[in-house]
Design a protein around this ligand. Structure first.
Ligand code: ARG
Length: 456
């Protein structure tokens, strides 16, 4: 079949080489954006008197037919026509005849494809932002139910100090808030029109870039035509923001995987978010959490793939840039589904509050409380630390905990220790009283929840 660009070629192309160069198998996802871009472009050509209004009307009508056919799934694309842009031009030609050839006046596939990518990503990021907002709501709702749920806090994955479970959830709320801010902030760099940059240098036709940009709902146009067709920073930025977001999801998933294990039993996921084993009848595996953790790898891969494609690329367009699509589409799909699955998992998970709290009672995570208690009785903190350290050692040798030591024994250690030490040593008190700004104390968490809700 004849190529739309076949004029200067003498030999027929080979199918296997065409297949290698074609992007239609994946860029057909942008058919909607491509048609929208063409509609704006032809409207601009007409407004600027570059093509007659009557011909613009014919082209517009043809593009609208293609829009309808696309919606009905009736457009057929072929590898021979390489990519979505040439496929649509060919289909338009079939629809309206040779006048279709005027659509590509003052335009190149280079600014066309960049326009499509900007349009596509702008819409898709808006959807991700919605899902992220929903996840933040889910986290706050869950946190409200668990202000007074006590859990062990860890450093080095060793019991450190007890925490409110709400505090743990709100830590992730903080991460997802930053993710949201990053995505929202990035929109201004996605929301720019490259259309009218043409192949690389602009055009001699008296085009109006601001007009086509406005028709497409863009807030600005690229100031430099070379930059307009070569820039893929907006995609890299999206992949980078997605990598950070996935890393946050993955950290929480890792915790869920630990917490659902027999050793922890802090959390139970609903059946809907778990799977069984084909051989071991007892199994209930946290597959969804594992998959999100695993899929984080492919998103990082997409980021590194794109950074690598760009790093040695001279200006302006190079076919390498065709590699910008699959990683972006894959990341959009991955982030969107991961966010939605994750939110559902958090929303429906059951917290075993008693097991969580109990695990803070058979440990030494109240050792800091005892040291602080002594420090408040004016024992220098370093000395208090030493005393308590020795006591912990003695307890571990006897197989008891700090709260099992008698008051008489405590008084031998320091006569200022009173009966109130047992309340101080309880994990609930330890959490409740940690009301320094941003701490896990119940009052602080209620403040944090009020502040969080204001941002929802
Ligand atoms: N399919 C191409 C891509 O995705 C479209 C641009 C082609 N431009 C060109 N000069 N070959 O990058």
């Amino acid at each position: 079949m004849e190529k739309l660009w076949g004029g200067r070629f003498q030999e027929k192309s080979d199918k296997w080489i065409d297949d290698f160069g074609a992007s239609i198998s994946f860029d057909q996802q942008m058919a909607k954006e491509d048609l929208a871009g063409s509609l704006a472009h032809v409207a601009m050509l007409s407004k600027c008197g570059i093509i007659p209004a009557s011909e613009a009307a014919e082209i517009t009508a043809g593009l609208k037919i293609l829009q309808e056919k696309l919606a009905l799934g009736e457009l057929e694309f072929s590898t021979v026509n390489e990519d979505i842009h040439l496929n649509i031009e060919k289909l338009l030609h079939e629809e309206i005849g040779p006048v279709a050839g005027k659509l590509h006046t003052a335009r190149s596939r280079n600014d066309q494809v960049a326009t499509d990518m900007h349009l596509y990503l702008k819409q898709a990021v808006a959807e991700i932002i919605q899902s992220l907002k929903h996840l933040r709501v889910v986290l706050v709702q869950k946190a409200e139910l668990h202000v007074e749920t006590i859990m062990p806090g860890y450093t080095h994955l060793q019991h450190a100090q007890p925490l409110s479970f709400a505090h743990h959830l709100l830590a992730y709320f903080g991460m997802f808030t930053r993710d949201l801010e990053r995505l929202e902030e990035s929109v201004k760099r996605i929301d720019i029109s490259p259309l009218g940059s043409a192949a690389l240098a602009g055009t001699t036709f008296p085009i109006d870039r601001a007009y086509s940009a406005e028709l497409l709902g863009f807030s600005a146009v690229y100031e430099n035509s070379l930059d307009g067709v070569s820039d893929r920073d907006f995609i890299i930025e999206f992949l980078s923001n997605s990598s950070i977001l996935m890393m946050h999801l993955s950290r929480f998933c890792e915790e869920l995987i630990l917490w659902t294990s027999h050793e922890f039993q802090f959390v139970e996921l609903t059946d809907a978010f778990s799977t069984g084993s084909s051989i071991m009848p007892q199994k209930k595996n946290p597959d969804m959490a594992e998959l999100i953790r695993g899929k984080t790898g492919r998103v990082y891969g997409n980021l590194f793939g794109m950074l690598t494609v760009l790093k040695g690329l001279p200006l302006a367009y190079n076919k390498d840039l065709q590699e910008d699509k699959e990683g972006m589409f894959d990341t959009l799909e991955t982030v969107q589904t991961s966010l939605d699955i994750f939110a559902g998992m958090i929303e429906t998970m059951k917290i075993n509050t008693e097991i969580m709290e109990e695990s803070t009672q058979k440990d030494f995570s109240n050792a800091t409380e005892l040291a602080d208690y002594l420090a408040k009785k004016s024992v220098p903190f370093r000395e208090a630390h030493e005393i308590v350290g020795k006591l912990v050692l003695a307890c571990t040798q006897k197989g008891i905990y700090l709260q099992d030591i008698s008051l008489n024994h405590y008084k031998e250690i320091n006569s200022l220790i009173e009966e109130d030490i047992y309340d101080v040593l309880s994990s609930k008190t330890a959490v409740k009283k940690r009301n320094s700004y941003g701490g896990t104390g119940f009052d602080q968490i209620r403040v944090a929840l009020t502040n969080a809700k204001k941002t929802l």
